[in-house]
Design a protein around this ligand. Structure first.
Ligand SMILES: C[S@@+](CC[C@H](N)C(=O)[O-])C[C@H]1O[C@@H](n2cnc3c(N)ncnc32)[C@H](O)[C@@H]1O
Length: 301
């Protein structure tokens, strides 16, 4: 193949073909409003792969040898914007009410395992925010327990017998690697106050590294939300600002999967601009002080 200097020509039908392939692979739906973005990223990949015809590239994408290029194209199509403590009102609801309920109910059943999934985690800020909030909530819970003075020193991040697991998943390998590394610059840290910086980060030169104890409870992994192989038995699922890139049919399928991935009475938290309204009747909405969450409804046998 030659190295094209000019943009490769393709029309609406070619774009539709690619749009269908991307939708089939990962659920992202590029409607007319986002067609320009798809076109732009496609041109970029064609240039970088030095391919001079749309159909040569398409054939590569659907071939067995093209799996890596397909993953690379999808990475180019994802929007990875994220931040620490994003949507404070919802995090307040999570911290003050939902976590409190989860911890209390688990304590009653003497089930000390908490699992909270960050689905579509991007570079990890959401999962680490959740980890910091749980560490605080469990420390506070422990304080209120009788005999709370009997702790070891240095205090563990997660007080025994509690065990916390935060699976953090994405379809984009580059963001997963960044999350795993857990080092953030001053700009990315702008929403983290000094109290949290001091307790949960180490300063490394000009940047901030997530402390080892927090990293140990967050596990980054590749999961495509389009598939059925997803983390199970979650007490809470954060899937924020992901569904907005899917069409309604795919959103319905995803919400159905999340229902099955939650423990009874578990919670699903979606983005500020997203809602389960009209998608399902298997969740009830919880709303407090501008924060929204959805609770799994249990159907009696
Ligand atoms: C805008 S970011 C949201 C990050 C974080 N949840 C937040 O709200 O700050 C959306 C993320 O969803 C991921 N994503 C998109 N489609 C996905 C899919 N089918 N499976 C898993 N992750 C997906 C993207 O790679 C991207 O990192």
């Amino acid at each position: 193949m030659s190295s094209p200097a000019l943009a490769v020509q393709f029309g609406e039908s070619e774009l539709r073909l690619l749009q269908a392939l991307v939708y089939e692979e990962c659920g992202m739906y590029f409607d007319a409003r986002r067609a320009h973005f798809l076109q732009d990223r496609l041109q970029r990949r064609l240039r970088e792969c030095r391919v001079d015809s749309f159909y040569s590239y398409y054939r590569l994408l659907i071939s067995a040898e093209g799996k890596q290029e397909l993953a690379c194209l999808l990475e180019n199509l994802t929007v990875n914007e994220t931040s620490f403590f994003r949507n404070r009102a919802q995090l307040d609801l999570f911290h003050k009410h939902l976590l409190d309920e989860v911890i209390r109910k688990k304590q009653e059943k003497q089930d000390y395992q908490i699992r909270i999934w960050s689905a579509g985690c991007s570079t990890g800020q959401e999962a680490y925010t959740v980890a910091m909030l749980i560490a605080d909530a469990l420390a506070y819970h422990q304080l209120r327990m009788p005999h709370s003075g009997e702790t070891t020193w240095p205090k563990p991040l997660v007080p025994p017998p509690w065990r916390v697991e935060i699976p953090a998943s994405d379809i984009n390998y580059s963001v997963l690697r960044a999350g795993q590394e857990g080092i953030y610059n001053e700009h990315q840290m702008s929403s983290v106050d000094y109290n949290y910086r001091l307790r949960y980060f180490d300063k490394v030169g000009e940047r901030y590294a997530i402390k080892k104890a927090i990293k140990e409870i967050v596990h980054f992994d590749f999961h495509n939300l389009k598939t059925e192989f997803l983390p199970q038995r979650n007490d809470v699922i954060f899937c924020r600002n992901v569904m907005m890139y899917f069409d309604e049919a795919e959103q319905r399928r995803l919400v159905e999967k999340f229902y099955r991935c939650l423990t009874p009475g578990g919670y699903l938290l979606v983005g500020h601009a997203e809602s389960l309204l009209g998608l399902t009747d298997k969740f009830s909405m919880v709303y407090r002080e501008n924060g929204t969450a959805y609770k799994r409804i249990e159907v009696s046998q």
